[in-house]
Ligand binder design. Structure first.
Ligand code: FAD
Length: 405
């Protein structure tokens, strides 16, 4: 019988195994992972560079039905403690702006370090084994897997959410296990995900990037804004600010791009009027040369209902005002998003109200959960992995105390 079986060899599962063995070296700890190797998802995070954390962690970067409980856990194991933990297993951090990465900028090195530390600390890594069912009887947990039956005094559900899809191990098994113990699962939704839009212009603009201030708008009310590089795709919009705002971009809302957020509207109209003089004898297809991408300029003219067949001198003052208005408010009707397979995080999940402050189930003593399976998700920028590390630390301490008691 194991003291603890951790279901899932991902970010929070591996971290909690290492942390637990560092606290209580004598405990018999196993990590059960369905894939042949642990840490598959970690190795693709941050475009293969693993954005491990962030220097600017605020409550407002997180989303949960019980944000206070989640943020206490995040405050308790902050960036400094995260850096110390990773340094203790051989990973030093480097920073790009607020974002923390392993100094190697290789996500695979984070997996290697966690795996190496776990093996060194004599954690049993049972890979290629899928947990199918978890029950409890006579104070011990029974885990039925595809290969065998395992028993443990405590269980940590670290199976992650649904983001990334089953190829990254996210098939929602953890919800099933927790549900079977009476836990409430708050509806899961994909977040940090590309947005599908109605505007067919994105198809023509596919592959083009533009810096913009992005707003999500619902019935003329701005729900949220962010700035950065937007990427046009055949299905709609992507790029950092789009991913960041995707939680607000529901069907029926609109996305507005302000491509000239640094220039006031009247000054932009003046700029367009000036260009009318410079390019007077040229067709409007050339009008935006040197200002924005040529194809984007043509799409803006289409959206502003201005014929591309004329020369620039045909533009009226009203046309110039319309062009400026479109440049500052290029609108896209939201149809939805590209789904869990393309998402980086899951909003919703196992309700934190069913867990105590140590993330032990209020329904079943000895049952714990960490990471994305819980109803906590963070913004894009290292916040989700920070939740994985912080929740792992809280649970590692709690399991050690629980077993000793
Ligand atoms: C493409 C992508 C990029 C990302 N980039 C970043 C980033 O740069 N920074 C950041 O902060 N966050 C990032 N995230 C989010 C981050 O990876 C997750 O929030 C984090 O990995 C969650 O950790 P976890 O331990 O809860 O789950 P996971 O890391 O998903 O691990 C869960 C593990 O459990 C295993 N498992 C599931 N069910 C079973 C079962 N029944 N039996 C056995 N094993 C099972 C899975 O195979 C998996 O290995 C990214 C996500 C994606 C998809």
């Amino acid at each position: 019988m194991f003291d603890t079986i951790i279901i899932g060899g991902g970010a929070s599962g591996l971290a909690s195994a290492v942390m637990l063995k560092k606290i209580s070296a004598d405990l018999k700890v196993a990590v059960v992972e369905q894939f042949d190797r642990v840490g598959k998802k970690i190795s693709v995070t941050g475009n293969g560079r693993c954005n491990i954390s962030n220097t600017n962690i605020k409550k407002s970067n997180y989303h949960s039905n019980d944000l206070n409980k989640a943020f206490e856990i995040l405050k308790d194991f902050d960036l400094q403690k995260t850096a110390e933990f990773f340094s203790s297993i051989g990973v030093e951090l480097a920073f790009e702006g607020n974002k923390a990465y392993p100094r190697s900028f290789q996500a695979s090195s984070v997996v290697d370090a966690l795996r190496f530390a776990a093996t060194n600390l004599k954690v049993d890594i049972i890979a290629g084994t899928t947990v199918q069912k978890v029950t409890k009887s006579n104070n011990s947990f029974i885990l039925k897997t595809n290969n065998n039956t395992l028993t443990a005094k405590t269980v940590i559900v670290a199976t992650g959410g649904l983001a990334g899809g089953s190829k990254l191990g996210s098939n929602g098994d953890g919800y099933k296990f927790l549900k079977s113990f009476g836990h409430k699962i708050i509806e899961e939704k994909p977040v940090i995900v590309q947005v599908k839009t109605e505007n067919t212009l994105t198809k023509i603009l596919k592959g083009i990037k533009v810096n913009a201030k992005v707003s999500v708008i619902n019935s003329n009310k701005t729900l949220a804004t962010d700035s950065g590089e937007v990427l046009f795709c055949d299905y709609g919009l992507s790029g950092p600010p789009i991913l960041q705002l995707s939680r607000f971009a529901k069907k029926g809302t609109e996305i507005s791009l302000d491509i000239f957020s640094d220039i006031e509207f009247n000054n932009l109209v003046d700029l367009i009027m000036k260009r009318k003089q410079i390019f007077s004898s040229l067709p409007l297809t050339e009008f935006f040369a040197g200002l924005i991408h040529k194809k984007l300029g043509q799409a803006i003219l289409k959206d502003a209902d201005i014929s591309l067949n004329n020369n620039a001198d045909a533009l009226t003052k009203t046309d110039c005002i319309n062009i400026a208005a479109t440049l500052k408010n290029f609108r896209f009707k939201v149809l939805g998003n590209t789904g869990f397979v393309n998402a980086q995080a899951t909003s919703g999940g196992a309700d934190l109200n069913d867990f105590d402050d140590n993330l032990m189930s209020k329904k079943t003593a000895g049952l714990f959960a960490t990471g994305e399976v819980l109803d906590v998700d963070g913004d894009c920028g290292g916040y989700n992995l920070q939740w994985a590390w912080s929740s792992a630390y809280r649970v590692a301490n709690a399991v050690s105390c629980y077993i000793q008691e």
